[in-house]
Write a protein that binds this ligand. Structure first.
Ligand code: 1PW
Length: 210
């Protein structure tokens, strides 16, 4: 708690941001979504240099989306729903042709969020070593979308992950039992954000945006 007060990173803030994302109308707000990602990136960076290549891509994607939110069309980027509506207004072909669209960028973060969800679930249950949990989570989610080189580099990075106990400590949530309890409370919120986004993108046939 002292460390948190001093401004040190706590995973709790990340999970609270994802909790703030979902409105009563089941819309996903982009600002807290990006806030959650910014925290997550800080967390990844605290895991050391092996994770810097992983966080670099997430940093680029978050800042692209911040650009949209702060841009002239900012009010169209309040929620994922309004973003989809806005970017689809020019037609699906025009959207597919853009490499800087909010939709294709969110889609990458969305796939990575599934990884995070699976990883945190595995971390909470504590059935296997962290590196195994992380590799399994990766193989069940992001790996399908990555070329061989990225898969290889990711798998190597995972071997350097700290032990479960060390991980629960780095999360900076408090005693180990409290960290595990916090995960149990927070994972459903990430799952909620994930499934609303998944449904939205499926409905608009955006799950395979190049
Ligand atoms: C310890 C738990 C970690 C969960 C955080 C997840 C971070 C996800 C970042 C993975 C990035 C791997 C290297 C980048 C690959 C990009 O090519 C790829 N990006 C993602 C997020 O999958 C695809 O983006 P692109 O190339 O189509 O713009």
């Amino acid at each position: 708690a002292a460390a948190a007060a001093a401004g040190a990173f706590s995973l709790r803030e990340v999970l609270e941001a994802f909790q703030r994302c979902v409105t009563e109308q089941r819309e996903v707000l982009l600002e807290p979504y990006l806030s959650g990602w910014r925290g997550l990136i800080r967390f990844l960076q605290s895991l050391g240099t092996v994770f810097s290549f992983i966080s670099k891509d997430a940093v680029a994607k978050v800042s692209l989306l911040e650009g949209h939110c702060g841009g002239r069309q900012g009010q169209q980027y309040v929620s994922l729903q309004s973003m989809v509506r806005h970017e689809l207004a020019a037609g699906p072909a025009a959207l597919r042709a853009r490499s800087d669209s909010g939709c294709r960028t969110v889609l990458r973060l969305h796939r990575a969020l599934r990884w995070l969800q699976l990883f945190l679930e595995g971390l909470r249950s504590g059935d296997s070593r962290t590196s195994v949990v992380c590799t399994d989570a990766y193989n069940a989610s992001l790996a399908a979308y990555h070329p061989w080189v990225v898969r290889k580099a990711a798998t190597v990075a995972f071997c350097a992950l700290p032990s479960r106990d060390a991980f629960l400590e780095i999360m900076n949530v408090g005693p180990r039992e409290e960290a595990v309890a916090m995960l149990g409370e927070a994972i459903p919120y990430i799952g909620d954000v994930y499934s609303i986004t998944q449904e939205l993108f499926a409905q608009h046939k955006l799950l395979d945006l190049p």
